[in-house]
Design a protein around this ligand. Structure first.
Ligand code: URA
Length: 312
């Protein structure tokens, strides 16, 4: 096995560990530098690559893509490697306080939502965790929607605009909604996190820590309480862990496509759109689509034969 093959195998192993929920892998600085050198010699500097909207879905299993050749496969692994191996050192994370306890005020949906939004946007912890030009990102959409979609955390575009799902993953999510016959404005979009977790890299995203998630969760739960949707969709592992509780044994591939419950509301787990951006095979798209068909049925929407056949 030559050096490049060994590096490639290491990346696959890291991705496998991640797919099993293992978030921290200690890598000696020297090993990291050697690995980086080998990858750069073979594939060039990652900085020359197009920035991604969100890191690869952290704990989704990789699905090999029959539609793409081996070169595409290799490139995909390298694209995701920076996010996989460069965990932000624990000791560089700030102390996150315990989550706040609060009760929503009485009033109309608009009044309660406005109160909460102001609370989150002025939250000292959220503000202190922001990147230099970043904004706090609160949920948005139709307060009367039957559908609440929950993502992980703002990415680069989201923290710039202060809005959820406005980057590449958001564009794909909008297309999925349109295929369902819905518009972005007709649903509610929220995230586990209200800030983009800081990391030391020029691009990419770091999954939030359990402490960071726990801090933001009451804000998300309060949004779900206000919207009171018919269905909640957890997009990816972080959203699933946030809404169903951390379970190291849970694999996203096993729980997607099945109904769970969040505080009495039917909850569908599916892959995060950024996972589809990195695994754009027909098989992965169909899995997400199958989940969305179930969501449409639960919402008592009409599903046409044409819609049933998408990605079939
Ligand atoms: N990914 C998310 O999980 N949330 C966003 O708002 C954008 C990308």
């Amino acid at each position: 096995m030559n050096q490049a093959e060994a590096a490639h195998s290491l990346l696959l192993e890291l991705q496998r560990l991640r797919s099993e929920g293992i978030r921290d892998v200690y890598v000696e600085e020297d090993s990291l530098l050697s690995l980086e050198k080998v990858l750069q010699e073979k594939f060039g500097r990652p900085e020359s690559r197009k920035p991604e909207g969100r890191a690869p879905e952290p704990s989704s299993p990789r699905v090999s893509d029959p539609d793409r050749g081996p070169e595409a496969e290799k490139e995909e692994v390298v694209e995701s490697s920076a996010a996989v191996i460069r965990a932000f050192p624990e000791n560089e994370l700030s102390e996150i306080p315990d989550p706040l306890e609060f009760d929503l005020p009485d009033g109309s949906k608009e009044e309660r939502w406005g109160w909460l939004r102001e609370k989150v946007e002025s939250c000292p912890t959220c503000l202190s965790e922001l990147n230099p030009k970043g904004k706090v990102v609160f949920g948005c959409g139709d307060l009367d929607s039957d559908l609440f979609l929950c993502g992980e955390a703002p990415g680069a575009e989201e923290e710039q605009q202060g809005l959820p799902f406005v980057g590449p993953a958001g564009e794909l999510l909008t297309k999925i909604l349109e295929a369902m016959g819905l518009s972005r404005d007709s649903v509610y979009l929220g995230n586990i996190m209200n800030w983009r977790p800081r990391h030391g890299q020029a691009y990419g995203n770091r999954p939030p820590t359990e402490q960071e998630m726990n801090f933001c969760l009451p804000y998300l739960k309060a949004q779900i309480e206000i919207i009171s949707p018919k269905v909640v969709v957890a997009l990816g592992k972080t959203a699933t862990d946030g809404l169903l509780g951390h379970d190291p044994k849970r694999r996203l591939g096993d729980c997607r496509g099945k109904w769970s419950e969040f505080e009495g509301i039917p909850l569908m787990v599916t892959y995060h759109p950024s996972y589809l951006l990195h695994n754009p095979s027909k098989a992965s798209k169909r899995k997400v689509w199958d989940d969305m068909l179930l969501v449409m049925e639960k919402m008592e929407m009409n599903v046409s034969e044409k819609q049933r056949g998408f990605f079939g």
